[in-house]
Ligand binder design. Structure first.
Ligand SMILES: C[S@@+](CC[C@H](N)C(=O)[O-])C[C@H]1O[C@@H](n2cnc3c(N)ncnc32)[C@H](O)[C@@H]1O
Length: 194
C-alpha cells in the first residue's frame, strides 16, 4: 500500500496535470509565494532552470513578465525563452541585457550522480552562480529564490545571502518529495552593491 507521503505526491502530479501546469513543482513555488509574497503583479521575473515551465506558467498567471532560461529548449507562450547555461559568460550577458529583474527564481538542479557529496557540491555551485549574477540582474528591494540541496554548505550560503538581502531564509515547501534533500534559499529585500 502507498504511504501517506507518496499518495500526496501522486495527488500533486495529478492536480498539476488537471490545472494545466507542466510540472508538480508549481506547488513549491505556490507555497513559497504564499509565505514570502513574491509575485504581486507586474513583477519582472528571471526564471533560471525553467523547463518544463510550471514556475514560469505560475508567474505569468500572477501578472509577471518572465525571462525563462534552461539548458533545454523552452517554448512557453507569453515568456521570453532562452536556451543555454546560465553559469556561462555569454548567457550571463544575454540575461543581463534582457533585465533588470524584480525577482530571480532558480529551480535549477544539477545532473545527479547518486553521490550525495558530489551532487550537493554541484547544487551549491549553481547557487553561487545565482548569487554572483545578482548585482547585474536584480534591482534593489528585489527578491530571490534558489533551490539548494541540503547536507553541505547551506548555512554558509544562507549567510552569503544574508549579507546582501534584508532577510535570508531556508524554506522547504510541503510539495518537496519526502525522499528529496532539496530546500530553497529565499532572499527578500536585495540591498544591491554597496
Ligand atoms: C527541476 S527542473 C525545473 C522545473 C521548473 N521549475 C518547472 O517548474 O517546470 C531543473 C531544470 O534546471 C535546468 N538546469 C540545470 N542546470 C542548468 C544551468 N546551468 N543552466 C540552465 N538550466 C539548468 C535543467 O535543465 C532542468 O530543466
Amino acid at each position: 500500500m502507498a504511504k501517506k507521503g507518496q499518495r500526496r505526491q501522486d495527488h500533486l502530479a495529478r492536480q498539476a496535470q488537471n490545472e494545466g501546469y507542466h510540472a508538480r513543482s508549481v506547488y513549491k513555488l505556490e507555497a513559497l509565494d504564499r509565505k514570502f509574497r513574491l509575485l504581486r503583479g507586474g513583477v519582472r521575473t528571471l526564471d533560471l532552470g525553467a523547463a518544463p515551465g510550471s514556475w514560469t506558467q505560475y508567474a505569468l498567471g500572477h501578472g509577471a513578465t518572465v525571462v525563462a532560461v534552461d539548458l533545454q529548449e523552452l517554448n512557453l507562450a507569453g515568456a521570453t525563452c532562452v536556451t543555454g547555461d546560465f553559469t556561462e559568460a555569454e548567457m550571463i550577458k544575454r540575461i543581463t541585457a534582457a533585465g533588470p529583474y524584480d525577482l530571480v527564481l532558480s529551480d535549477a538542479a544539477p545532473a545527479t550522480s547518486g553521490n550525495k557529496v558530489i551532487d550537493t557540491g554541484r547544487s551549491e555551485a549553481l547557487v553561487e552562480s545565482v548569487l554572483a549574477g545578482l548585482p547585474a540582474w536584480l534591482v534593489p528591494g528585489g527578491g530571490m529564490v534558489t533551490k539548494l540541496f541540503q547536507g553541505g554548505g547551506e548555512q554558509q550560503l544562507r549567510q552569503a545571502a544574508q549579507a546582501v538581502f534584508t532577510s535570508a531564509t531556508l524554506f522547504r515547501p510541503q510539495a518537496v518529495r519526502s525522499e528529496s534533500f532539496e530546500t530553497y534559499l529565499v532572499g527578500i529585500g536585495y540591498r544591491g552593491e554597496e
